[in-house]
Design a protein. Structure first.
Length: 234
């Protein structure tokens, strides 16, 4: 079942029963995006838009996709029409709310939003998420010198969700990629080792070696020095 939406806006100081309303009908993809980056969005569109469009070739309407570190849903929503189902994981509370809102306003009934962070067996439980920017970008379980705020989030392994029929995975979890994959080995095997698009801001030897130990080749995305594609050798 799907439902189309409209937006009704009202000036903050006006009473609820006035007639100063604005109704905006929605019939296309709608992204709730951080206002701090509004100038960029107005001039250039979505962040990583070229990678999103490039990634469509690895999606299939008969296969599921995982968006791990979904933020406000630009990957999940943009690729939803090309997938059977999308499971979007986002641990930070307010960012998760924007993800849910974007999915609803975009009328994407095949996207499931999950307010959980993924990690290894050793990380399972309540953990501290370090928030380093007001737009939610860069929030991490890893220690940081400059932290704006912290938030307690729940961490689970991907394997604990017992998902299958996965054709494509995107991971952007701010240096927790290795732990995510350590908790995903059974899921990867069950889905015949799908392609994995992942971020690595430095040459993380432990991460790369672990991915290669699963019989993946690693390809750097052209024109992007911190995004890589893992492709199973067989």
């Amino acid at each position: 079942m799907s439902c189309k939406y409209f937006i009704l806006t009202k000036p903050t100081n006006n009473p609820a029963n006035d007639d100063n309303n604005q109704i905006i009908s929605l019939n296309s993809k709608t992204y709730i995006l951080p206002q701090t980056n509004i100038d960029y969005y107005m001039k250039h569109g979505l962040f990583e838009k070229y990678i999103i469009e490039w990634a469509m070739q690895y999606c299939s309407t008969d296969k599921n996709m995982l968006d791990i570190g979904a933020h406000s849903g630009t990957y999940a929503i943009s690729l939803a029409d090309n997938c059977k189902n999308v499971y979007a994981f986002e641990p930070q509370r307010m960012t998760y709310y924007t993800l849910c809102g974007s999915v609803a306003l975009s009328n994407c009934p095949n996207v499931t939003c999950i307010n959980v962070g993924l990690g290894s067996e050793e990380q399972v439980g309540k953990k501290t998420l370090n928030i380093v920017s007001p737009d939610g970008v860069g929030s991490t379980l890893q220690a940081r010198e400059k932290v704006l705020a912290t938030e307690e989030v729940e961490i689970k392994t991907l394997d604990s969700f017992d998902l299958d029929n996965i054709g494509f995975i995107k991971i952007d979890v701010e240096e927790n990629e290795l732990s995510v994959l350590e908790g995903s080995v059974l899921t990867l095997k069950k889905s015949n080792y799908p392609k994995i698009l992942f971020e690595s801001n430095t040459v993380n030897k432990k991460l790369f070696n672990f991915i290669r130990s699963l019989n993946y080749n690693i390809i750097q995305i052209k024109g992007c020095n911190n995004m890589f594609l893992a492709v199973y050798k067989n």
